[in-house]
Write a protein that binds this ligand. Structure first.
Ligand SMILES: [Zn+2]
Length: 65
């Protein structure tokens, strides 16, 4: 069994982070966001009365083949 992680820079803060490319919150699968930025965005969304962005439990876990 192999594991795959996609390393990319966060579209918000620019930090390099590992993610599961199939599960990570992204825009058109091109721009993805690290967990810290999603959590921060959700705090703001909730404060504005918007639905929080769903974070898949495996969004930041390796993909298992
Ligand atoms: Zn970020």
């Amino acid at each position: 069994m192999s594991y795959m992680l996609l390393w990319m820079n966060c579209g918000e803060c620019g930090k390099l982070f590992a993610s599961n490319p199939h599960k990570v919150p992204s825009i058109d699968r091109k721009i993805a966001f690290c967990k810290e930025c999603i959590v921060r965005a959700n705090d703001q969304r909730i404060a504005m009365g918007l639905e929080p962005i769903a974070i898949h439990p495996e969004a930041y876990e390796p993909v298992k083949d």
